[in-house]
Write a protein that binds this ligand. Sequence first.
Ligand SMILES: NC(=O)c1ccc[n+]([C@@H]2O[C@H](COP(=O)([O-])OP(=O)(O)OC[C@H]3O[C@@H](n4cnc5c(N)ncnc54)[C@H](OP(=O)(O)O)[C@@H]3O)[C@@H](O)[C@H]2O)c1
Length: 317
Amino acid sequence: MSGEDKERVCVTGAGGYIASWLVKYLLLKGYMVHGTVRDPCDEKNAHLKKLEGASENLQLFKTDLLDYEALCAAMAGCTGVFHVACPVPVGKVQLIEPAVVGTKNVLNSCVKAKVKRVVVVSSIGAVMLNPNWPKGQVMDEECWSDEEFCKATENYYCLAKTIAEIQALEYAKRGELDIVTVCPSIVIGPMLQPTINTSSLLLLGFLKDRTEPLEDEDRPLVDVRDVVDAILLIYEKPEAKGRYICTSFTIRMQALAEKIKSMYPNYDYSKSFTKVDEELRLSSGKLQNLGWKYRPLEESIRDSVKNYEEAGILHKE
Ligand SMILES: NC(=O)c1ccc[n+]([C@@H]2O[C@H](COP(=O)([O-])OP(=O)(O)OC[C@H]3O[C@@H](n4cnc5c(N)ncnc54)[C@H](OP(=O)(O)O)[C@@H]3O)[C@@H](O)[C@H]2O)c1
């Protein structure tokens, strides 16, 4: 198939953790990919140009989420858009502008380019912060984080993701765009990009010396490659509608530490945990009904550790 005949799609924030895997899989599937990055010449995006098929089928566009005109240039000619870009901060950082105004700019540029389907990457952060959800009841796509609760607890990331996802689904309700959202839980697994993203710090934190006690909370996890499978499934299945929770395992922090320790006994592990009573129950049933499958947790841990060792982030014991 010549370049002109291939389906053209755009990925925002192409150099990020999830987006890099998405670009890789799209290229392998034969799509022509437009990737938006803030700086195409920055070394942190160099890995994209080395992906299989990138030299012929990947075009990078210098674009900030707050620059509507630049976004329009990146979307032009695309039938599909994957809106992945959003700052993922450590701690209580205000990010309403890039998340909410950025999403609005992306969606308006999709309307202008007459894009056929948009997949917006939201987060479990737009699902879980809901103090009114009945205790013990499994959280599904009906559950939304409570904006007032997010503000009161200064959880600006969850607030921004909630407002951005509601806003995205309103475009779909108004019939302006065919939009589907996906809400991944904490994403783990090997990195393609050279800089360490926020969620990869979770596993790394277990493998490096940690002196402060860790809360023994339930944490929902999913492998980055399974997230990308979900995004592609949602994009390619016309019957996909609304939002999809994407999570594989919920595990207590201490149990996760013990699992990693049983696989890699020589690293220096988190030693103390404080007890937390709350239980987290989340379901990806809707996504599984669409045909989504996920890999075993041990595989994600094994591939992550191998990746950290090869990248020199962890030193083989
Ligand atoms: N990782 C997780 O555990 C997780 C879980 C649920 C949902 N998500 C969602 O998944 C998406 C990707 O997350 P990730 O983990 O892959 O994070 P990441 O590696 O930090 O990637 C975030 C990307 O967003 C871009 N970005 C941030 N602000 C921007 C702006 N103003 N204009 C243009 N680009 C901007 C970044 O570009 P620069 O490199 O230029 O900064 C980067 O490419 C986000 O929407 C996040 O909310 C992630």
